[in-house]
Design a protein around this ligand. Structure first.
Ligand code: FE2
Length: 148
């Protein structure tokens, strides 16, 4: 299975820096997809574990940045969005544990869950705050490709 996870313009939230962070997240999922290919059990699971830890650490930083922007800009959907983030971070910690014990989960289930969650979250919830940010006139929300 070739890596299927790629960022494209359809995922743009209209804020260059956030898009760049989302591209990094997609990159971690692609690493994970590549790890799953390793035929050696030990190497495969340790690579999967490492990819999950990296994804989790970067996700925490990225979520904090989004949540700060929401607070600064008074985004009304912030509470719900923060809750979605918290659930995902908890699930990542759970996956991190299971990638050590290999219990009750397959490699492909891990990849599919993370890929689907990330894509759905960006395409729906992140784009929603993106629209709100673009409508609030502030220097923070520079539209991607803007000429100013
Ligand atoms: Fe988000």
């Amino acid at each position: 299975m070739m890596s299927e996870t790629k960022w494209n313009n359809g995922f743009s939230v209209g804020i260059e820096q956030i898009d760049a962070q989302h591209k990094t997240l997609f990159g971690y999922i692609a690493d994970l997809e590549n790890s799953v290919e390793n035929p050696d059990d030990r190497q495969r699971w340790s690579a999967i574990h490492y990819a999950i830890v990296q994804l989790r650490d970067y996700t925490r930083i990225h979520f904090s940045i989004e949540e700060c922007l929401m607070e600064i800009l008074g985004y009304p959907g912030r509470a719900n969005h923060v809750q979605e983030h918290a659930r995902f971070v908890n699930f990542l910690s759970e996956l991190e544990r299971r990638s050590i014990t290999h219990n009750d989960i397959t490699e492909n289930e891990i990849v599919e869950f993370l890929r689907n969650w990330l894509q759905d979250h960006i395409a729906v919830s992140d784009k929603e705050y993106g629209r709100y940010f673009s409508n609030t006139k502030t220097f923070i929300a520079r539209p991607t490709g803007g000429t100013e």
